[in-house]
Design a protein around this ligand. Structure first.
Ligand code: 13P
Ligand code: SF4
Length: 328
């Protein structure tokens, strides 16, 4: 570790104590950010901690919707997002009532989406088209979208959430891949939105064939944000923390990891005798990588980049998040 890193980490830890803060990090964050966090986890685990952990401040090392969820669940805590521009493009693919602005580029993405969802559609349009059908919002959505949805889900619990709802149909937004995966695993009719994560969407069946040829003994794990063709070829489909649990419990010695490469840090740290290969080396979420030790320190010192959801949105959005937390 460089002296610079050690110095930054020391300063951050001092400020953390002074401000009675906790640092939460998503599994995709940079290695040195994960190493300084109090908790590293998937979206579901981090939501739970944000809702229950005693503290005055939460520094959320992740993307904007995650910090928003922390603010929704813990309105009395100060929630700080070290990088304001750390956004999730998928969360921006659905709007409540004003058409989503058509984006032609996503800052930081070398591989922009091949298409964008028709901008004239909104969540209210789809609700009008399917009146009375419950809406399941993936946590990768804005607070406004959560507020208009019946329940939230994460990649760890989508099937359980869908199964918990009355009726034979559900609307599942915004990730078409997660929705298709859920549809494969439930008898209910799943009405999907056309959103996607362009980090996971870029993986193809060809990539899985190549990985299997190169590492014939490896277990292939894939995140449900990957295309259905990829998921059908994988040995294990699960959330980021689900992959950590699977790697730990499995007798296998080699694994191909079909998700953002930030997860490799914990996989390797927690499984010293096992080998992990990325399914694609370019599975890098530029938004997750925006947060650095310097940005955490700056945000702490300046108390900037606070995320606060106004009550008129927070209260209905909390209902959707609480329902999810209650059933899982
Ligand atoms: P997890 O809930 O599996 O951590 O995934 C969050 C995410 O953004 C995946 O791209
Ligand atoms: Fe969003 Fe994909 Fe990045 Fe996750 S990996 S935050 S879904 S862009």
């Amino acid at each position: 570790m460089s002296p610079d890193t050690t110095f930054l980490q020391k300063q951050i830890l001092e400020l953390k104590e002074q401000k009675r803060a906790i640092i939460l990090s998503h599994n995709y964050q940079r290695d040195e950010v994960q190493d300084i966090a109090d908790f590293v986890g998937d979206s579901l685990e981090l939501s739970r901690i944000a809702a229950t952990k005693e503290c005055e401040m939460i520094v959320f090392c992740g993307v904007h919707f995650m910090a928003e969820s922390a603010s929704i669940l813990s309105p009395d805590k100060t929630v700080l997002l070290p990088e304001v521009e750390a956004l999730c493009p998928m969360a921006d693919m659905i709007r409540v009532d004003s058409p989503r602005p058509v984006r032609t580029s996503y800052p930081g993405f070398s591989n922009p989406p091949a298409y964008v969802f028709p901008a004239e559609f909104t969540l209210r349009d789809i609700k009008r088209k399917y009146p009375g059908v419950p809406v399941v919002a993936y946590v990768n959505t804005t607070a406004e979208v959560k507020a208009e949805s019946d329940i939230c889900c994460t990649s760890a619990n989508v099937i359980k959430v869908i199964e918990s709802l009355p009726g034979d149909e559900v609307i599942c937004i915004p990730d078409k891949n997660l929705s298709q995966w859920a549809a494969r695993n439930t008898k209910k009719k799943v009405i999907a939105w056309d959103g996607y994560c362009n980090v996971h969407e870029r993986v193809t069946a060809e990539d899985v064939r190549n990985a299997r040829a190169e590492h014939p003994k490896a277990v292939v794990m894939a995140h449900p944000e990957c295309r259905l063709e990829v998921l059908e070829m994988a040995d294990h489909v699960t959330s980021t923390s689900g992959m950590l649990r699977h790697a730990l419990a499995s007798d296998a010695k080699e694994f191909v990891v079909g998700t953002e490469i930030g997860l490799m840090h914990r996989l390797r740290k927690e499984n010293p005798g096992k080998i992990f290969y990325p399914l694609r080396k370019d599975m890098i979420c530029p938004n997750m990588k925006k947060t650095t030790l310097k940005s955490i320190l700056r945000a702490f010192q300046e108390n900037t980049n606070l995320v606060k959801v106004p009550d008129e949105i927070r209260i209905p959005a909390k209902r959707a998040l609480d329902r999810m937390l209650e059933i899982t």
